[in-house]
Design a protein around this ligand. Structure first.
Ligand code: CA
Length: 240
């Protein structure tokens, strides 16, 4: 299964040859992406001003200018936007020039559609890897739970949970690392800040209270699981 294909990207195609533009559009739309084709650099500049794009496919020879100049100017304003150059110029010198102006990759015409799709996938994947990780305080989900650390709020299936501060901290800690088993001693240390033994019952009772609030059937917990002899872990509920 192609997991990358599930990510829909907005792709700007700058190409004046209608046959090629349509071919590129068709095969990128088959990957689930949205595509806008521009047949001039002026049109492409407007599109870039108007909204954010995930990737630009750029022909080198446009009726109103040179793709290399366009790419250089683009790089001055956006260093991160991936650019795939389409070039009929296939000497090594031309390819190197394309890459030197800031293109991330190039494809020499004529190209196969599978190669086009593979290059686009690779560029989008690399761009996604370079994106900064979400801040530690951003909301996150372990279905059916959602935790919003900045607001200190949590919900189950969209319904707000009424949690005490400690219950919230405990849930938030477990939910940040779903599937990881923590001993009671570790939870005391991480959530309560206790560094000595003897308070494990505190953890047990908080776990029970939390279960009463987040589990459908607290006597048969599905989210916060007991791992006998070790401790507790939180897991996403299997889809019904
Ligand atoms: Ca052209």
């Amino acid at each position: 299964m192609e997991t990358e294909a599930k990510t829909m990207a907005d792709i700007l195609v700058v190409e004046d040859e209608a046959d090629i533009a349509n071919l590129v559009r068709l095969h990128l739309e088959m990957l689930g992406h949205r595509v806008l084709c521009c047949d001039t650099l002026a049109y492409a500049r407007r599109a870039l001003d108007e909204r954010a794009w995930a990737l630009v496919v750029l022909d080198l020879c446009l009726p109103d200018g040179d793709g290399l100049d366009f790419c250089r100017a683009l790089r001055d304003t956006d260093a991160a936007l991936p650019v795939l150059m389409l070039t009929a110029r296939s000497t090594e010198h031309d390819r190197v020039r394309g890459l030197e102006t800031g293109a991330d990759d190039y494809l020499a015409k004529p190209f196969g559609v599978l190669e086009l799709q593979a290059r686009i996938r690779a560029l989008l994947r690399r761009a996604a890897l370079l994106e900064p990780a979400p801040p530690a305080d951003g909301p996150f989900e372990v279905p059916p739970l959602r935790v919003d650390p900045a607001r200190r709020a949590a919900s189950r299936d969209g319904v707000a949970l009424d949690l005490t501060a400690t219950e919230f901290d405990l849930l938030s800690f477990l939910a940040r690392q779903p599937g990881v088993v923590f001993s009671r001693q570790q939870l005391l240390s991480e959530v309560w800040g206790y560094h000595h033994a003897g308070y494990e019952h505190t953890v047990n009772s908080h776990i029970n209270r939390l279960r009463a609030k987040i589990e459908q059937d607290p006597s048969r917990p599905r989210l916060i699981r007991t791992v006998w002899g070790v401790g507790y872990k939180l897991e996403a509920a299997e889809a019904a």
